[in-house]
Each structure stands twice: as structure tokens, then as C-alpha cells.
Design a protein around this ligand. Structure first.
Ligand code: NAI
Ligand code: MG
Length: 491
């Protein structure tokens, strides 16, 4: 396995095997080329795993489960702590690999994401001993208590947009609770997680954490269909999430889904401020080219301020530098691949074709900028019923929709099959909280556009998902099952 990453030109990662049963595994099906969106070069290859390799990985995880489940929780926690500390000196390298493979800018995204991985392992390391049970006061001569037991082998599937963060928030809590895991990484961005997993292996028994590579239709389907998987945990598109849930239904396997969004940002008339414009930009996840499930991509601005607020927004966006993801001066990098790039451009074209639509910033690139780069794009005159305002674009495109009455904006915000995140901008705290309580979303931020914090039970309403991650409660609900034990104390 070549893991050397040269930081200048001619970057090569090479062929990287899957991590299965504590060893490297390749696939009979050959290799998948992984292209960097940054320059189109093939930076390396990963095995094209399918049902055969999934079988090997699940069998390894099953074997490992029989002893990992009984490792004292304190020791499991210690293994996670050791992983956290072992990752620290490797973070810069891992962040660079991630920028190379998915095009996210190093300074504004992947460095912070890699640092989050360490926090995440530390956090769940500390929670490993918190899987407490309950006692039920049935009678004085009966002891009724519960235990939280691991489920078994977790089948996890992650996408490419924040692979390090999304891998860590599944691996750390699942393993802390005594489960083992087979994780399929995205074909677009497999290397950073494989690098992280290589470090994990040095602190875990063989088979506890297995990382497989391959296409969704082959490796992904084989994983969700496998009879020895006891839990499915998926992050990605709503379409595939539905498919995962169907597969879970066939065998009554519990499913956690973190899916898409079309999150509203509601700007009240008192919020016509520069710092709020900056917050709206952060909430839109422009620094990740909008490729985030929590992107606040529907901007509802009160009609009294819509013109001046939008002007400020357009001016602030003009200051962002779209460039090479590895360049320290780049604020934004590249869209992950040609398919996503074409999809984003076609949404812009479709939206601008609607009567009344106005391009206020950005637009379809002229091809002169960096490869697969789309400038931050703002479209005004949009109606909440258009495709542009209903479907997840997963690109740096925000639509501006004016509003007049509080009831009206709340009902427009809620008129979506998604319900992941929302942002409310007002310094009138009563109004802001009232709105936050009425918005149908799993996570509402007031006057900030921050990322998820450990401890928050993060997850979606409606078709944005099922289950919660990032927290103690999420860990207990997603990765343990409760057993009650009732003991007659007399006979
Ligand atoms: P996707 O949902 O197809 O892929 C995510 C993961 O699922 C990948 O590892 C993929 O290999 C796997 N997968 C695909 N089909 C599968 C199947 N039938 N069974 C099991 N696993 C399968 O997302 P994709 O194609 O990368 O992006 C398409 C759109 O999905 C984006 O434009 C965006 O709208 C949305 N998306 C949302 C994400 C989020 O975090 N909410 C993340 C990635 C994509
Ligand atoms: Mg897909």
C-alpha cells in the first residue's frame, strides 16, 4: 500500500487495499480508478469489492464480535482514546488526502474535519462506560433491571462529501458499545478513511473495524442484503436511504438514516447586518461548495430588506476565492466529480429558465476557472414551488425568496419533504424562538451557521432521516439494544 502523498504536482496515492480482518484485502473484481476533481488525474485505485469481499468482511466482523462485545467497556474506551492520540500527528496528511479526493478546500474544510475526527474518538471514548441500564420497582421481592447490549455487526455506508467526519461519527459510537463494523466508503473518496482505518487497526483486534470499497450497486447492496448484519447505518441521498430501509425491512434490521435536506434560512427585517450575511454564507455551506446535507439553500428574506440584504450578500460572496483545494488561499474548492458538476449546472440552467428568475451572483461557469468549480451563485425572484427551491442541488446555489408575514414564511419553510436543518436570523429573541419551535427540522440554529457539535442529537425530520448521531443518546439508541431481566428474589 502506497500512502505517500506528495504535496506538489504529480500527486500519487497509488493502489490502496481494503482493510478487512486486520489485513489488506483486494478484490477479484479488479480496481476502481479514483480521480481528483482538482486536476482530473487518477490519484490512485481501490478494489472493486462485491458480494464476495463483503462476505469475507462480515464473517471477520462476526468472529470479532464474539469477543469484542465482552471486552470491558473501559478497555474499549481506552482503545478509542489511543486511536485519537495516534491520529493527531497524521491529521495534516489525512486532510490533504481528503482535499485531493473530494475537492474540498484544505484551509476552510478538510483540516477542521480531520481535527473533528480526533474530538469524536475522544468524546465517545469517554462515553464507553455510559451504557447504563435501569431498574424497575415492580415489587420489593423482584429485581427487574435492564442491560444495554451491542447489536452485532453494523453495516455502515457513507458518502464522499465529508467522509472523515461521517466515518468517525459511526465508527466511534458503534465500537464503544461493543459492536463491530463493516463500513463501505464512497467510490469517489475512499482514501482518507482508509488511511484513518489503517491507524485504527493498530489499536483494535482484527475484524472489529473493516473498511470495504466498491460501487453502491455492488458492494453497497451486498452489505445491506447480508444476513449477518444486525444494524444498518447510512448517510447519503434520500433515494438510496429508501433502498437501505427496504433492505432492512426484509429482515427487520434497525436502520439509521442521515439523508438530504433543503434547509430554510429565515431572515427577519431587523437582521439586515453584515455579520448576519456572513452567518448566512456559513449556513449555506458555501465553503464546501454547498455539498452538505445541512446547507441552508432556501433564503427567505423579509421583503422590507430583501434588496439591501441581497446586495450585501452578493458583495460578500465576491470576496470568496474559488481555487485549487490544496491552495491555502482558496476559500472554496471543486465540485466532487463531473456528474455532480453537470447536475449543479443543470439546476442553475433550469432555474434561470423560469419566468421572473434573476441571476444575482455566480451562475454557470464559463470554463475559465479551476476544474469543476462553480462560483457562489445567488438566484432571486424564485418561487418556493420551483424545482430549484424543492430539490437538493448539492452545489453552491442559494435561492432568495421574499416574504411578508411570519405565518407565511413558516409555512413556506415547512413546505418541503425534507426537515434536516434550519436557520433563523433575528435579534428579537421571542420571535426567533417562536419561529424555531414552529419550523419542522431536526436542528434549528438562531443567529449562527455553525457545524454540528458533539453532544447534540443530530438528525432529520420527515424524509431527511431516522435516528440521531453525535450524542450519548444517539449512541445508545442507534448502537445498543435493551434487554430486561426480571428476577424473583424469593424462590
Ligand atoms: P448516494 O446516496 O448514491 O451515495 C452515498 C453512498 O451510498 C455511497 O457510498 C454509494 O456507493 C452508496 N450507495 C449507492 N447506491 C447504493 C445502494 N443501492 N445500496 C447501498 N449503497 C449504495 O449519493 P451520490 O450518488 O454520491 O450523490 C447523489 C446525490 O445525493 C447528491 O447530489 C446529493 O443530493 C445527495 N447526497 C446527500 C448527502 C448527504 O449527506 N445528505 C451525501 C451525498 C449525496
Ligand atoms: Mg449514487
Amino acid at each position: 500500500m502506497t500512502t505517500q502523498v506528495e504535496m506538489s504536482s504529480g500527486i500519487q496515492i497509488g493502489d490502496v487495499a481494503m482493510v478487512v480482518d486486520g489485513a489488506e484485502l483486494t478484490a477479484a473484481g479488479g480496481w476502481i480508478d479514483v480521480e481528483s476533481p482538482r486536476d482530473g488525474s487518477i490519484i490512485g485505485r481501490v478494489p472493486r469489492g462485491d458480494a464476495d469481499e463483503i462476505d469475507v468482511a462480515v464473517a471477520a466482523a462476526r468472529r470479532a464480535f464474539s469477543s469484542w462485545r465482552d471486552v470491558p467497556s473501559r478497555e474499549r474506551g481506552r482503545a478509542l482514546s489511543e486511536i485519537a492520540e495516534a491520529l493527531v500527528p497524521e491529521l495534516e496528511k489525512i486532510a490533504r488526502i481528503c482535499s485531493l479526493e473530494n475537492g474540498n478546500a484544505l484551509r476552510t474544510q478538510t483540516r477542521g474535519e480531520a481535527a473533528f475526527v480526533v474530538d469524536c474518538f475522544r468524546y465517545f471514548a469517554g462515553l464507553a462506560q455510559e451504557a447504563k441500564g435501569e431498574t424497575v420497582p415492580v415489587r420489593s421481592d423482584v429485581l427487574d433491571y435492564s442491560r444495554r447490549e451491542p447489536l452485532g455487526v453494523v453495516g455502515a455506508i457513507i458518502p464522499w462529501n465529508a467522509p472523515l467526519m461521517l466515518a468517525a461519527v459511526k465508527i466511534a459510537p458503534a465500537l464503544a458499545m461493543g459492536n463491530t463494523m463493516v463500513m463501505k466508503v464512497a467510490e469517489e473518496a475512499p482514501f482518507s478513511v482508509l488511511e484513518m482505518a489503517r491507524i485504527c487497526q493498530q489499536h483494535l483486534p482484527a475484524g472489529v473495524l473493516n473498511i470495504v470499497t466498491g460501487y453502491g450497486r455492488e458492494a453497497g447492496e451486498a452489505l445491506t442484503s447480508h444476513q449477518d448484519i444486525s444494524k444498518l447505518s447510512f448517510t447519503g441521498s434520500t433515494a438510496v436511504g429508501k433502498r437501505v430501509m427496504e433492505k432492512g425491512a426484509e429482515r427487520i434490521v434497525p436502520v439509521s438514516l442521515e439523508l438530504g435536506g433543503k434547509s430554510p434560512q429565515i431572515v427577519f427585517p431587523d437582521a439586515n447586518e453584515d455579520w448576519i450575511v456572513q452567518g448566512v454564507i456559513a449556513g449555506m455551506r458555501f465553503f464546501r461548495q454547498g455539498q452538505s446535507c445541512t446547507a441552508g439553500s432556501r433564503l427567505f428574506v423579509h421583503r422590507d430588506i430583501v434588496e439591501s440584504f441581497t446586495e450585501k450578500l452578493v458583495e460578500a460572496l465576491a470576496a470568496l476565492k474559488v481555487g485549487d483545494p490544496l491552495d491555502e488561499t482558496s476559500d472554496m474548492g471543486s465540485i466532487v466529480n463531473r456528474t455532480q458538476y453537470d447536475k449543479v449546472c443543470s439546476y442553475i440552467a433550469d432555474g434561470l429558465g423560469q419566468p421572473g428568475a434573476k441571476l444575482l451572483a455566480g451562475g454557470i461557469p464559463d470554463g475559465q476557472g479551476p476544474r469543476f468549480s462553480v462560483p457562489p451563485t445567488v438566484i432571486g425572484g424564485v418561487d418556493n414551488t420551483w424545482r430549484l427551491a424543492r430539490e437538493e442541488i448539492f452545489g453552491p446555489v442559494v435561492v432568495v425568496i421574499p416574504w411578508g408575514e411570519e405565518d407565511e414564511v413558516v409555512s413556506m419553510a415547512n413546505d418541503s419533504h425534507y426537515g434536516l436543518a434550519a436557520f433563523v436570523w433575528s435579534t428579537d429573541i421571542g420571535r426567533a424562538l417562536r419561529t424555531a419551535h414552529r419550523v419542522e427540522a431536526g436542528w434549528v440554529q438562531i443567529n449562527q451557521g455553525a457545524g454540528q457539535a458533539l453532544g447534540q442529537s443530530y438528525g432529520g425530520f420527515k424524509q431527511s432521516g431516522i435516528g440521531r448521531e453525535f450524542s450519548l443518546e444517539g449512541m445508545l439508541n442507534s448502537y445498543t439494544q435493551q434487554k430486561h431481566i426480571s428476577v424473583n428474589l424469593i424462590h
